[in-house]
Ligand binder design. Structure first.
Ligand code: PLP
Length: 431
């Protein structure tokens, strides 16, 4: 396999990256899943510049910035239900970390009789919630997380609600009920200890773009209500239009108790994340200051005004560009361009929602068994695509397609063509 030096980018515009030596590459993974409106959008750049001339940073501890306040209000117009209280941090992992602690402290303080015993979490198999210690504890990808097990807490582990590899004897129509029933067994059996169920709604990105059966999130919400457990939705990857709706949970009309946001919040321009809580969670922290019920968690750069300005400009662009409106047409086009892989003997599954797709390359389509990992098939396919002018990154042998939502249809055609050809060529070399 050819050896590639890491690409060094000097400029970027729209969906295109330009390296220091002048190569142009289509950004097929939205700069690690975060770019929404394309690179170098004048509206976002200008908003950051304008904010810079006012104030670059002030703390949110004991004070705030009006731009950050405005963002909090605007965000809660977008979040479902009474998710009205925004806690800012700097990256998705920190948003999850805050959610873990918030859920714990909620049960310690809420008047429910069994509060203090609710100290456990339920996470799904192959979950990914970030790389800080709490988030890694929830994580279920052994390749990333196993090494750290001596320093992690152990969550209860639910199934991987996969629609491609189903449990033996389970049909696609039965999958939702089967996974929900497995989850109910765990939740009901641990209801007095369980603080929260944590899920990536609809699509588990880092697990390999695993799509959940339709209706499962709604069932998980119902289980959390039935057994008095909080629901935390980690929408760091799925939020901000990525799966076709503003937030993925809205597709199932679910309001989580705590919602984690990151990546696309600033359209991927500056580091910012948020943990958004429902009123009942927020209320559990209210008390005279002497009672010390406040949330003891704060990051220096939380709510940074420059990032908030970028996020506000991004929210404006969702409206002026009608980003969500054009998305279903783009998804349709992507699926159409990838349809030629339906009969490819080494393509097990093309799956996803919105512009969050994965193509799983397998050695044997019938048994769904993968190539030996030492063959690095996914990596080779992505390197071949880079030679063809498209920048993508694999997750094992799942080829991830996650371009900026602002990608144009002709660019989708180029992206798909490069990926299809690369899959055909590399799998042919290994046949
Ligand atoms: C679902 C999910 N949660 C959390 C994170 C962590 O976000 P960050 O890399 O900004 O810390 C990621 C990152 O990919 C993610 O996909």
């Amino acid at each position: 396999m050819a050896h590639y030096d890491p690409l060094v980018i000097r400029r970027a515009e729209g969906s295109w990256l330009t390296t220091v030596d002048g190569r142009r590459l289509l950004d097929g993974v939205a700069s690690l899943w975060c770019n929404v409106h394309g690179h170098s959008r004048e509206e976002i750049n200008q908003a950051i510049r304008t904010q810079l001339d006012r104030v670059a940073h002030v703390t949110t501890l004991g004070m705030s910035c009006d731009t950050t306040e405005e963002l909090a209000s605007r965000l809660t117009l977008k979040t479902p239900g009474d998710l009205d209280h925004v806690f800012f941090s700097s990256d998705g992992s920190s948003a999850v970390e805050a959610a873990i602690k918030m859920a714990f402290q909620y049960w310690q303080q809420v008047d429910c009789g069994v509060g203090s015993s609710k100290v456990k979490y339920l996470a799904l198999d192959l979950a990914y919630h970030g790389d800080t210690t709490g988030a890694v504890s929830l994580g279920g990808i052994k390749y990333f997380h196993k090494l750290f097990s001596p320093i992690l807490f152990s969550p209860l582990r639910g199934p991987l609600p996969c629609t491609y590899r189903l449990p033996a004897g389970v049909s696609p129509d039965q999958a939702c009920e089967v996974y929900a029933s497995q989850l109910e067994t765990i939740i009901s059996g641990n209801r007095d200890e369980l603080a929260a169920v944590v899920v990536e709604p609809l699509v588990q990105g880092a697990a390999g773009m695993i799509t959940h059966p339709a209706g499962l999130l709604q069932q998980i919400r119902a289980l959390c209500d039935r057994y008095d457990v909080l629901l935390i939705c980690d929408e760091v990857a799925t939020g901000f239009g990525r799966t076709g709706s503003f937030f993925a949970c809205q597709q199932e009309e679910v309001t989580p108790d705590i919602l984690c946001l990151g990546k696309g919040l600033t359209s991927g321009y500056l580091p910012m994340a948020a943990t958004v809580a429902r009123r009942k969670v927020f209320d559990a922290f209210l008390a005279p200051v002497e009672e010390s019920r406040q949330f003891f968690h704060g990051h220096t750069f939380a709510g940074n005004p420059l990032a908030a300005a970028a996020a506000l400009a991004s929210l404006d662009l969702f409206e002026s560009d009608q980003t969500l409106h054009s998305l279903s047409g783009k998804e349709k086009r992507l699926k159409q361009e990838l349809a030629c892989l339906d009969d490819h003997q080494n393509v097990g599954s093309v799956r996803g929602r919105g512009l969050m797709y994965g193509i799983e390359v397998v050695q044997d389509r019938e048994s769904k068994s993968g190539f030996d990992s030492s063959k690095l098939i996914g990596r080779k396919i992505c390197e071949r695509a880079t030679e063809k002018g498209v920048w993508i990154r694999p997750l094992g042998d799942v080829i991830v397609l996650m371009p900026p939502l602002a990608i144009q249809e002709d660019e989708i055609v180029m992206l798909a063509a490069a990926v299809v050809e690369s899959i055909q060529e590399v799998t042919f070399d290994h046949s």
